[in-house]
Design a protein around this ligand. Structure first.
Ligand SMILES: [Zn+2]
Length: 506
């Protein structure tokens, strides 16, 4: 999927028509390559979609559960097995469970489509809205998936209420071997540190040539030691080709970001702890990515040290519970007595919401309790939850912006909106503030360092990493500045810059 090109044509309110037209818009707009043998057959039913050259796909390897790595898995042919870590699998399922997605989001559980007989135009419809099938997932590591994981995995939280009519065929996740072979290709899965847990790099051996795909990784998180072991292992292997991420690589903006975000998770903990300590008796809102469990653990620790409880949304709770089924450390946090769930005022609770609450067994807190005892809580909210502030009506307190800085215009507008809410409720912002744009002299949102640690390796660390591993060639991906790899490393490494639509023949 070409995410850059998707953004050129589409936005939040202008989306490709995947649910009704399958692959039609994606392939015709050149957003995903036409390859026969890769996608689900029912995504072609709307006709007149170029098939493209045939490919034989024995397996798909997923590095981690961020949207830009996993969100279109629902388009794959369900016969293709998907390899990933158990934590990644749990997150992918939680994403589907909590989203009620269309065709492309049927990443774990899918429902076959047929053509709608009532429309003149060929449009897709569920064959049977009660029939669900599970995709084939394999744990990329050499561990047996725990029973509690399989129990969550095989729970159908997507379908509508009528359980009596439900027919579903589920497949538990198969145990992996950590390293083994798929067809004629050998693979090795290696855990790395990233802002979501469960991130995995892979080394492949195909006909004696070795490739390493790093996925997204960093060295400075709480599990940074895993990335250091990955670095040592790669030096041993000396892969012929290193396909590496380069998010923080190159460009003025990229450099600023890399410098600003060199804060470690430890720094984040200390700065946020200080902010919370200064707000005794007042509400504290912590804003961090819903899948960033590491940050959730940081705030759970801070809540404990400041005699508060951590209240999370039902969505965060499901993710935490789901990942806990695959990881004992997360499971500990998922059942921590300081953990509360924020109960918004609504009549109907979705099946996935009640499942998460039941798994957790945690207590809930509503707007009235928060208004009465604001100093007892750290509330994990993002801007999308701000409607609830009208009910909670905080009078002062702190808002801690503990997520990535705005890197495009849309995000800057969101950041302005966040500040308007914060000012409206007389809260003190940390990590974000109204500043002045030096170039134009106009007001502009600025970001304070030390309240967020980047999920990605810094530019200098990546240069050192590549120099240390000494791969045969470097193929930069997941970067806006592949040309910088040539500029900065081209004198001592072979760099192959990928081009859209062009195969790299090795
Ligand atoms: Zn990522």
């Amino acid at each position: 999927m070409n995410f850059g090109a998707v953004g050129e044509f589409y936005a939040e309110f202008l989306k490709p028509r995947i649910s009704s037209k399958g692959l039609h818009d994606l392939i015709k707009m050149g957003l995903t390559p036409a390859l026969s043998g890769l996608y689900r057959a029912d995504a072609y039913l709307t006709g007149n979609i170029p098939a493209g050259p045939p490919v034989q796909v024995d397996a798909v390897f997923v590095s981690h559960a961020h949207a830009d790595h996993a969100s279109y898995l629902g388009l794959l042919d369900p016969d293709i097995p998907i390899y990933c870590s158990l934590v990644t699998a749990a997150m992918i399922k939680a994403t589907q469970d909590s989203a009620n997605p269309g065709l492309e989001g049927e990443t774990v559980i899918f429902s076959p489509r047929r053509l709608n007989p009532k429309t003149d135009e060929p449009l897709l419809l569920k064959e049977n809205s009660y029939a669900y099938f599970w995709r084939r997932y394999v744990n990329a590591f050499n561990t047996e998936p725990p029973e509690r994981f399989q129990e969550y995995w095989t729970a159908n939280l997507v379908s509508e209420a009528n359980t009596a009519k439900k027919q579903y065929e589920y497949l538990p996740v198969t145990m992996g071997t950590g390293s083994g072979s798929v067809g004629t290709m050998k693979y090795e899965a290696i855990a790395v540190d990233h802002s979501v847990y469960g991130a995995t790099a892979y080394v492949f051996d195909l006909g004696g040539k070795t490739f390493c795909y790093t996925g997204d990784f960093r060295l400075h998180g709480l599990r940074g030691d895993t990335s250091l072991r990955f670095k040592e292992r790669l030096r041993e292997i000396r892969p012929d080709y290193l396909l590496t991420e380069g998010t923080n690589f190159g460009g003025q903006k990229g450099n600023d970001l890399a410098n600003a975000q060199r804060a470690s998770e430890e720094d984040v903990y200390e700065n946020c702890l200080r902010a919370v300590q200064g707000e005794a008796g007042n509400l504290v809102i912590a804003d961090f990515g819903p899948r960033n469990i590491e940050r959730l653990l940081t705030f759970l620790k801070i809540a404990g040290e400041t005699n508060r409880k951590l209240a999370v949304t039902t969505k965060d709770l499901l993710f935490l519970q789901a990942m806990g089924t695959a990881d004992d450390v997360i499971d500990g946090a998922a059942h921590d007595e300081r953990l509360y769930v924020y109960r918004p005022p609504k009549v109907k609770v979705a099946p996935w919401e009640s499942y998460g609450i039941e798994m957790c067994g945690c207590r809930s807190v509503g707007a009235a309790d928060l208004e009465k005892n604001p100093g007892d809580y750290v509330l994990a909210f993002s801007v999308f939850d701000f409607n609830n502030l009208v009910d909670i009506a905080p009078r002062g307190g702190a808002y801690i912006y503990s997520t990535c800085e705005a890197f495009n215009e849309e995000m800057e507008i969101d950041a302005e909106r966040i500040l308007n809410w914060i000012v409206r409720f007389a809260m003190t912002p940390y990590g974000i503030k109204e500043g002045i744009d030096e170039a134009t002299g106009k007001a502009k949102v600025t970001f304070e360092r030390g309240y967020h640690a980047s999920g990605h390796i810094s530019e200098q660390e990546l240069i050192d990493f590549i120099d240390y591993v000494k791969p045969g060639a470097v193929i930069p991906m997941h970067t806006e500045h592949p040309e910088k790899f040539v500029e900065m490393l081209g004198n001592r490494h072979r760099i192959i810059v990928p081009e859209p639509g062009r195969a790299i023949v090795l």
